[in-house]
Ligand binder design. Sequence first.
Ligand code: BV8
Length: 250
Amino acid sequence: MNSNPHHNFPRPLITALQMAQHVVVLTGAGISAESGIPTFREAQTGLWAQYDPQELATPQAFRQNPHLVWEWYAWRRNLVARAKPNPGHLALAVMEKRVPQFTLITQNVDGLHQRAGSQNIVELHGNITRTKCFEDGRIVTEWAENGEIPPRCPRCGGLLRPDVVWFGERLPVNVLRTAVSTAQSGDIFLAIGASAIVQPAASLPLEAVRRGKITIEINPSPTPITPSMHYPLSGPSGRILPALVQAAWP
Ligand code: BV8
C-alpha cells in the first residue's frame, strides 16, 4: 500500500512544524519495526522466543549467565547489521535539515538513526554496536577472540558487555539532563514508536505537555500518553513520517 502523500494532517499541525524553531523527537523500538527489528512488545523470534527481554537486559542476568546475555546481544547486533534504516528514520534525517534546531532523543540501541543520516542524537539507552568492560565501564574497541564468551577486557581481564543501559541501571547523567532540558526548551515534541512505559524516557513527552509544548504521537496503537497528546497520529511511522515531512516541507 503506497503511502498517501496528501495524508490530511490538521492544518495547525503543519503550520506549527513550519514555524518551529526547535523540534524535539523521542523514538522507541516502533520506529525500527519496519526495518525488521522486533520491538520489546513483540515476542522475540526463533531461539530467543522463550526469553523475556526485560529479564535478559539486566546486570543480574549478566552476572548469572554472562554467556547467554552476550549471545543474545551478538544475535541482536547481527540482526541490526543486516537491517536498514526505513523511510521513518530517513524522514527524521530530512526534518532535521528543514528546521533551525532539531534534537533526536532515542531509546533505541540499534544505531539506525545514525545510519539514516540524523546528526543531533541523544542515545538514552546506549548503543548495541559499542562494547565496554563490565568491571570499569570503559569502552573497548578490540579484544582477543580466543573463543571465550563473553570476551575479556584487554586492560583488566573483566568480562565485556554491550554499552547499553540495562533495567535497574542509571542512564548516563549528562544524557538524561540533555533529554529533559530539550524536552522543556523545544517548541514541538514528537513521540514516535514508543510504548511510553519504560522510565525515565516515558516521562519526557509528559514533561513537554506540562511545559505547554505542541505534542504529536505517531504509533499504530494507543499508549498511556495518547490521551495527553495534541495530535495523536495513528499508524506506522514508516508511512506517516514521510507524509508529514512532505506536507510540511513540500
Ligand atoms: C532506572 C537498552 C533507576 C537495553 C532498555 C518497577 C520495577 C523495576 C524497575 C522499574 C519499575 N518501575 C520503573 C522501573 C525502572 C525501569 C522501568 O522503567 N521499568 C519498566 C518496565 C516499568 N527503568 C529502568 O530500570 C531504567 N533505569 O530507572 O534506573 C535507578 C536509580 C537509582 C539506582 C539505580 C537505578 C533503565 C531503563 C532502560 C532499560 N534499557 N534498552 C536493551 O535494549 O537491551 S529499555 C528497552 O525497552 C528499549 O530501549 C526501550 O526503551 C524499551 C522498550 O520500549 P519501546 O522502545 O517503547 O518499545 P516497545 O517494544 O515497548 O514498544 C514498541 C512501540 O512501538 C509500541 O508502542 C508499538 O505500538 C509501537 N510500534 C510498533 N510498530 C510500529 C510502532 N510505532 C510506529 N511505527 C510502527 N511501525
